[in-house]
Design a binder for this molecule. Structure first.
Ligand SMILES: *Cc1c(COP(=O)(O)O)cnc(C)c1O
Length: 409
């Protein structure tokens, strides 16, 4: 009885359509668009074999190298991210070659499917969803089989919210004969990836993730070791011929008709990211991810990848007895907010909110406040403001540390 008085029973929340609902994209790709990048797309009436375009293309390629912090060539392809995953296999590997694939989620499974479809023979290290493959496992596999020609992994496994220890893995892959091929499509801009220092051979990114522009462009950095492989790799390739792209890029052109509108947007987004600083973009994602985890904890919710959480996306388990599809639907119907459900067998179990790219604290204040209402409306007792306060505290702590930075006397 006393308990009943202390715990405020939430009122019944009817399915109430508010008058105005702004759409908020809180998914790990596509992500919110940078307004100035969107505006830049209006300049798309540009021919791609002109000086105007060459200027843009050269600027984009230089900008990508700068934000990816590498001296390696970065090649741009007209495709969603998976196109560049495919290109890395087509250009650097031959049918029948043995490779190692690390998988701990739906995107890891994509590497398995991709390598198989090109006739490679993958040895698969599989960890349960929510987990991660360790550098020690990779080391053991490389030692057990000196014929492995490549190691494939996700920097950030977007389907579970887990991150892989790319630096740790690089130490064991680097001195092997294998190419280290990283799907960093949600890793870039959310975690440090020292391509040159760690010797990462191929690092793949996609436009609709931390780059704040629509889907349609993929890019990959390519090391000397990877370029050298292309001379002997026998997998057929035509549209995604990286050497052909590199040759054209020197003159500021792409091999085929490029996605001009997206390149104009990317040029603008890269200016924004360079201005902000790539390290700060990463810190932004990390801080928002930390605050999201704190909010989940304050609301009594479990994290799906509690042991190795990344900062691109946070996967949260729905409360006991609640289907996460309801939470996803409620976000959209009540507030116009788009969050992601679990994929595959995780559907209905978890919901995912993103931090990569153009996200800020007010986005998170709103998201967590919405979540509290949705939980309460669906019978999960919530004290309003608990989750939001956790986010505010992470903000305050970070802001305070800034002020406390040593001041020269
Ligand atoms: C988004 C994403 C991809 C790419 O998917 P596309 O639909 O081809 O852009 C690949 N890997 C990861 C980890 C991703 O998050």
């Amino acid at each position: 009885m006393l308990f009943a008085i202390l715990v405020k029973t939430p009122p019944v929340y009817l399915h109430f359509h508010m008058y105005i609902k702004k759409q908020r994209l809180l998914t790990p790709g596509p992500t919110p668009l940078l307004p100035q990048a969107l505006h830049a797309m209006m300049g798309s009436d540009m021919h791609h074999r002109t000086e105007d375009f060459r200027k843009v293309y050269k600027s984009v390629l230089a900008g990508l190298k700068e934000v990816m912090q590498t001296q390696n060539d970065v090649i741009v392809l007209v495709a969603s991210g998976s196109g560049a995953l495919e290109a890395s296999i087509q250009n650097c590997f031959s049918p029948g070659e043995e490779v190692l694939v690390c998988t701990a989620g739906k995107f890891g499974e994509r590497w398995v499917a991709l390598t198989k479809s090109f006739g490679l023979k993958p040895t698969v290290i599989e960890e349960p969803y929510g987990g991660a493959v360790s550098p020690a496992q990779v080391e053991a596999a490389l030692q057990a089989n000196p014929n492995l020609r490549g190691v494939f992994v996700q920097a950030s496994e977007t389907s579970t919210g887990a991150a892989h220890d790319i630096e740790g893995m690089s130490k064991v892959v680097r001195n092997s004969g294998a190419l280290f091929v990283i799907d960093a499509i949600t890793g870039i801009g959310t975690m440090p990836l020292k391509i040159d220092e760690w010797g990462l051979d191929i690092v793949v990114g996609g436009s609709q993730k931390a780059f704040m522009i629509p889907p349609g462009l993929a890019f990959l950095s390519v090391s000397e070791k990877a370029w050298a492989r292309m001379d002997t790799a026998t997998t057929p390739r035509f549209y995604f011929d990286l050497k052909r792209e590199r040759k054209n890029a020197i003159n500021g052109e792409s091999a085929w008709t490029p996605a001009v509108s997206l390149l104009l947007a990317l040029d603008e987004a890269l200016k924004y990211i360079r201005n902000l600083g790539m390290d700060n973009l990463i810190k932004n994602a990390q801080l928002l991810a930390k605050a999201t985890r704190a909010a989940a904890k304050a609301l009594g919710l479990e994290l799906f990848s509690g042991n190795n959480p990344g900062s691109s996306v946070t996967a949260i388990c729905a409360p006991e007895g609640m289907d996460s599809s309801i939470i996803v639907k409620e976000f959209r119907n009540r507030f116009g907010s788009i969050i992601a459900n679990g994929q595959g067998t995780m559907k209905g179990q978890i919901f995912r909110v993103a931090h990569l790219g153009y996200f800020d604290f007010p986005d998170l204040f709103a998201m967590v406040a919405e979540l509290e209402i949705i939980l309460a409306a669906n019978g999960h007792p919530v004290e309003f403001g608990r989750g939001v306060a956790a986010v505010q505290n992470v903000y305050a702590e970070a802001a305070l540390t800034k002020v406390k930075e040593p001041v020269a006397v």
